[in-house]
Design a binder for this molecule. Sequence first.
Ligand code: CO
Length: 134
Amino acid sequence: MIGRLNHVAIAVPDMASGVKIYAGALGAKVTPPQALPEHGVTVVFVELPNTKIELLEPLGENSPIAAYLERNPSGGIHHLCYEVDDILAARDQLKAQGARVLGDGQPKIGAHGKPVLFLHPKDFCGTLTELEQV
Ligand code: CO
C-alpha cells in the first residue's frame, strides 16, 4: 500500500530563516511561499533529487503547528508524507487495523492540490504521518 516518501515536513518559526538555510547555505531549489489558510500554514517546498522537504510556518490564529513550535521553539521535524494510490482504500485498511485518522476522517486537498489525510502519531511510531494520493 505505502508508496514513495513524498516529503519530510519541518516546522519553522520563521520562514525567511528556513529558506535562507535551504536555498542559501544548502544551495537547494525552493518554491515560492504558498499560504494555505484552510491548513493554518504557509508552505515552501525544497526540491531534492529523491524527495522534498516541506517547510511549514504557522498562519493565522489556530495554526495546527503552533503547539508544536511552543514545545520546539527552534523548529523540528513535524511529519512524514507517504504516497498512496487510493487514499480512501488506504484509510479504510488502516482504520480496520485500529489506526486513528485525524480530523473528520475525510481527505482534504493539500499543498500539491491532491487529497491528503493525517494519521495519529501514537499509531505510527510516534510520528505524525500524512498520506497523499498521487
Ligand atoms: Co505535509
